[in-house]
Design a protein around this ligand. Structure first.
Ligand code: S3P
Length: 176
């Protein structure tokens, strides 16, 4: 039986806020892959991007996912780009039900303010059209990885948590 829940989705989908509340409710350990990457690198994510570049960031992300994916009973909030490397998805799926928190570009814009300082990938995004393009590029990767999809654009954190619990229970029933 899969005892982990991995949350994937674009920046601003609510993976961290939802993940913390979900872990608390289910009595599972809450893990944020970005926090583990920062610990390993000894630097905040934007500084890793700035000083070492995105490739180095992705390499550390792969290491962190490898470590986390082998443990049990966790809610794992993944960085938005985790699906860019298929090896991450394959590793996560060994022990996790993968839940895609989907969001509309408008909700991403509202929640992130396209803040490129906090989220370096958004530095490349100048307007809503470019944001749509980036989300569209990622969408098939999230879809391929996900066991469950929930659109969080209009859902509160609590409502999203309830939906995840209901849908992961249904998933577990079907995959006994
Ligand atoms: C990224 C998302 C970020 C972080 C890094 C890259 C991405 O995580 O991992 O800045 O490529 O989408 P959040 O989705 O938690 O903001």
């Amino acid at each position: 039986m899969k005892t982990n829940i991995a949350l994937i989705g674009f920046m601003g989908a609510g993976k961290s806020a939802v993940g913390a509340a979900l872990a608390e409710k289910l009595g599972k350990q809450f893990i944020e892959t970005d926090a583990l990457i920062e610990k390993k690198a000894g630097q905040p994510v934007p500084v890793i991007f700035e000083e070492k570049g995105e490739i180095a960031f992705r390499e550390i992300e792969i290491e962190v996912i490898k470590e986390v994916a082998g443990k049990d009973n966790q809610v794992i909030a993944c960085g938005g780009g985790v699906v860019l490397n298929r090896i991450n998805v394959d590793r996560l799926k060994l022990k996790a039900v993968v839940v895609w928190l989907a969001v509309t570009p408008a909700a991403v814009l509202r929640r992130t303010g396209l803040d490129g300082e906090a989220r370096p990938v958004l530095k490349q995004v100048k307007n809503l059209d470019e944001l749509r393009g980036l989300i569209k590029f990622r969408q098939p990767l999230y879809a391929l990885a996900a066991d469950i999809r929930i659109d969080t654009s209009r859902l509160s954190i609590q409502a999203t948590v309830e939906q995840i619990i209901q849908m992961t229970e249904e998933y577990a029933d079907k995959h006994k």
